[in-house]
Design a binder for this molecule. Structure first.
Ligand code: AMP
Length: 375
């Protein structure tokens, strides 16, 4: 079946038409400045015209937050729309756009079944001790305050790819997946299920990201609010848009630019990269403890897939855990057709893999699965 995958992000609609039988992309593109120069429903009509000859069988929408309502992808009806709307307060930057995309797509493609695929659903298996915040539980219950986790489709996709590559059943594997891109998260998987992940109730917790702080002493925020009279909006902007690699370097959220600047002696760029690497290693150590070791560590996302120097900094000096990087393999450039690269040395007990993530294919497959389960 041809599935149209729609990812309505901050100001653009990325789309792909995927033939799920051959797992190939038939068409892909990006409509820019949606919600700014072009309204979502006009963008969707434009998409409809572009895809006239594609025989779309179903549409899969990436939806960032499904709260604690969804353990898997859901065929979209009015109830599902209501829940996505309810979850807007949990992901105010993402869910409202995802919802606009769904409503516009339903209007433009009224005959085509549509499915919501949630970033959070894969982490519904987190054990209670991993998803509970140490806050008074009455507040947690009233406000659905808990760790949800994100990047679920990416972690799930690369885990499946790792199992294929290692020729072992996913159900037997302990995996650590590091999705390192502009947004970044780590995930510990036991038998293919997420048992711990670094993002929390929102995509702010955990690793250092392009412009997001990741973990922080909550006391530091209280201090800033008192000292600087920061409002809720100020803190929101600070943590989501001005922090992370950008905040520390004072230069850029982009690892490529920071690597160049650091090599030219920019102290902020060097510090930002060092903080990023340190945080990833902290999580790696923690997840090795949680899983009692690992069969493989997967690096993905723009940084994980493309930066040999960041990979080396993250994976060096871990011989205590049986982790040994092959520096020559790590430097090798994968061909366009190579989506998986093994970069561990033969004596490494833990396999090290870089895997090109493919969230769209995962969304297409889950869309198909969700529709097949509809009575
Ligand atoms: P993503 O959000 O997954 O697209 O990842 C974006 C991040 O990947 C940015 O920080 C980029 O600088 C980084 N990135 C992409 N290509 C490279 C590369 N060749 N070397 C280093 N970093 C890269």
């Amino acid at each position: 079946m041809n599935i149209l995958v729609i990812n309505y992000g901050s100001s653009s609609i990325k789309y792909q038409v995927i033939d799920t039988r051959s797992e190939t992309t038939l068409k892909s593109g990006n409509i820019e400045r949606v919600g700014l120069d072009i309204a979502p429903d006009a963008a969707m009509r434009q998409l409809l015209a572009t895809l006239q000859d594609c025989a779309i069988g179903a549409i899969g929408h990436r939806v960032v937050h499904g709260g604690d309502h969804f353990r898997q992808a859901a065929p979209i009806d009015d109830t599902v729309i209501g829940v996505i709307r309810e979850c807007c307060k949990l992901a105010p930057l993402h869910n409202p756009r995802n919802l606009d995309g769904i409503l516009a797509a339903r209007a433009a493609f009224p005959e085509v079944p549509q499915v919501a695929v949630f970033d959070t659903a894969f982490h519904a298996t987190l054990p209670e001790h991993a998803h509970t915040y140490a806050l008074p539980q009455t507040h947690c219950r009233t406000h659905s305050l808990r760790r949800f986790g994100f990047h679920g489709t990416s972690h799930q996709y690369v885990a499946q790819k790792a199992a294929e590559t290692l020729r072992r059943p996913l159900s037997e594997l302990r995996l650590i997946s590091l999705h390192l891109g502009n947004g970044a998260s780590a995930c510990a998987l036991e038998g293919g299920r997420s048992v711990e992940t670094s993002m929390g109730m929102t995509p702010l917790e955990g690793l250092v990201m392009g412009t997001r702080s990741g973990d922080l002493d909550p006391g530091a925020l209280l201090y800033l609010m008192r000292q600087e009279n920061f409002s809720v909006e100020d803190v929101d902007t600070l943590l989501n848009k001005q922090s992370g690699l950008l905040g520390v370097s004072g230069l850029s959220p982009d690892v490529r630019e920071l690597e160049k600047a650091a090599s030219e002696g920019h102290p902020g760029a060097s510090l930002a990269l060092a903080v990023f690497v340190h945080r990833v290693r902290k999580y790696l150590g923690a997840y090795l403890a949680i899983l009692n070791g690992a069969d493989a560590i997967i690096l993905t996302g723009g940084i994980g897939e493309n930066s040999p120097s960041m990979r080396q900094r993250i994976l060096q000096d871990l011989s205590f855990a049986g982790i040994a990087l092959d520096t020559a393999k790590n430097e090798a450039r994968p061909t366009a057709l190579q989506s998986v690269l093994e970069i561990s040395s033969p004596q490494s007990r833990v396999k090290l893999l870089t895997i090109k993530t493919n969230e769209e294919l995962m969304i297409a497959q889950q869309t198909l699965a969700a529709l097949n389960t509809v009575p």
